[in-house]
Design a protein around this ligand. Sequence first.
Ligand code: NDP
Ligand code: OXD
Length: 315
Amino acid sequence: MNRMTIPFVARADYARSADWVAALQRSMPAQRIVAFDQLSQSEKQECTVAIVANPDPQDLASLPALRWVQSVWAGVERLVAQMGSTDISIVRLVDPQLAATMAEAVLAWTLFLHRDMHTYAAQQQQRQWRALDYVRPQQRRVGILGLGSLGEAAAARLVATGFHVSGWSRQRKQITDVACFAGAEQLDFMLAGTDILICLLPLTPHTEGLLDARRLALLPPDASVINFARGQIIDDGALRAALDTGALKHAVLDVFATEPLPPEQWQWQHARVTVLPHCTAPTDMGTASAIVAENIARFLTSGTVPKSIDIERGY
Ligand code: NDP
Ligand code: OXD
């Protein structure tokens, strides 16, 4: 089989391009992996597959033979939105290591809220010596929005730690020890019984602004929110209002409508907000490169494009 040239396409300012090209090359020694800006005009005519990290769609448009792109990120919502209707298949990263990393982060920040670490940090600022009542994990109701590759792994981790776990997806799922819900009405029901709400949904036209003022108000008093998915899924004004009044106890936010979060944004200074710099589940270059290499090898031997996202559905 001829050596194929496969471009790695990322935004011009992406700092890790060279590292990715090296890692991907190591996992696919029989192919030639090359940064997009190193491609010659004739090579551009021939590329049928590209590996991407949040690419500029115009770069992809300059590859006329392109059949599919493999993202090294799990979330491809920006690419889907920017590509619009397209014949190019978009394959996102599905990596058990990524799911394990996310599940670890979900457990860590759920415990942060469950054991009131934010309250103790605030009390320390006031030199206040006050022990809060202990709540067993079995008494804490954790609800997960999105039971895909990340949500399901997170649910398993929370169940193993003893939490009372429920989850919501588009199609109702069956997961051992997880109360599963689907559809708009069941979402309202689930929210009313959720102390810690974790968002692991993709951003789509259906999920944008999903957690609005009405739905946030369904959460019981003292509930908290964790958003590890995409900022636009929670209505920013509604979240701020619920935190201002104390209707929501705390929010752990790893994702924002604009990233990096601009210095003037309210979340930085809000006493009830923990800001994280989109760091909860970084892609592991080693495991991801191996998965990408397998997908590309299968394509080269059988012509099979891996399962791609459904453009209509948005994820
Ligand atoms: P999946 O596609 O595997 O899972 C998505 C889940 O959301 C599925 O359970 C799906 O339901 C559900 N869902 C989608 N739309 C709706 C809807 N309208 N109503 C109800 N449920 C819905 O995605 P992943 O689990 O791999 O990733 C989820 C998101 O996590 C990514 O899109 C990305 O935004 C984010 N992410 C964040 C990272 C970080 O570091 N902060 C790292 C990686 C990803 P169904 O099962 O019925 O299809
Ligand atoms: C991803 C992310 O989608 O980091 O991989 O959000």
